[in-house]
Design a protein around this ligand. Sequence first.
Ligand SMILES: [Cu+2]
Length: 443
Amino acid sequence: MSGSRRKFFQDATIFGAGLLGLSESLRAGQQERVTGSHHLRSGMRTESGPKNVYVPMVTPDVADLPHEMDGGVKVFRLATEPVKKKIAPFKTIDAWGYNGSCPGPTIQVQQGDRVRVIFENRLPESTTMHWHGLEIPIEQDGVPYISQKPIAPGEKYVYEFTVHQEGTFFYHAHSAMQEMMGQLGFFVAHPEKDYKPHVDHDYGLILQEWAVLPSNTVPNTASMEYNWLTFNGVSAPMTTPLLARLGSRVRLRIVNLGMDHHPIHLHGNQFVLTGTEGGRAPESTWYPMNTVLVGVAQARVVEFEAKYPGAWMIHCHLPHHMMNSMMDLLRDRQIQTADQTETKAMNQMMSLAKSVPFEHVHPSPVAANAESVPGFPQDAFMEMGMDEVVEKPETYGLPKNWSAGMMGMMTMMRVLPDKEYDAILERKKAAGASALEKHAHES
Ligand SMILES: [Cu+2]
């Protein structure tokens, strides 16, 4: 089998998985399968021909968009539509997105590719698609009235362009309110020749914030007060942990298209900023940091050597983005914190737990005289251990109640020695196989 043909079948397998809507656990296995290596090590290259030297990016909790080839053109199909999006175990919102996904599925191409996107509008109002950061002809820029007519509900529109750049781009509706309803997705252009140094893992995170009032499901796109913060469309602890093999090199691409800037912090490691929304930065500009400010409409790409084993938090460091306001639950507390008693708070937590349902675990103790101390409670009743509700292969082996401290715009980078890394891979494979089997039975 020729290299390109093999690549086609690999793509078909990977993209097919996204097409079938298989579990995240199966999709998250992509990196290993595309490279065909079960023992990725720092410095180990993927050798499969000049146009296939990159490790594809994995977008945890978001699928890749499959494509077909039409001659030399990569053809993608995107439909924008309303999406019921579960952003937390006890919160589902009415967002807008693409192909049933919010954020939309990740598009991955390679520098030099000719790309066609057959776009369909299934929204109740007009829209367009903008290719953020791409240097393409004005006719493809997706700005209503200026570069094209708005695409009416039910209409199709075809975008086509050649990608001469490399880097981390994204696509989004070019209407402010639609952006805040969730209409964006990754558009990654892998370089013609692999970046140096080579990375073993490449991950993407999209930052979003939502204003969804208690008992509501529709985001208030006019609000400036956000109470739900998400990575790739989910709040912690629902965010799927990122995995890295101990000794590997990791790339993390972060994109922000909301109303706030987000300082994204990685625990226990230093990284270097290797790229922006404009592409790769020269190595002479790299300097160590562990918090990168991702401004609105920006992409930030960082890389680090995963040399310390552990579950390292990755989170926005704005205090109010490290939690969800939980107004659905702690309605009273939003107004009169000091009036809240442990009994009341616990009762509220229990009723929320019942609605999911899961066994509520309140892991950290409070002092006997807590209620007499001004300021109490602060974090006391926010911690909800819900390990079992968000369990997946990637959470295997985490300490009990790990989920209690995970809220809002948060995930973790699990740097794992071979044995533990392989144990999770095995679980992902098993979960993937059972998802495939389930699909076979259903169809
Ligand atoms: Cu933030």
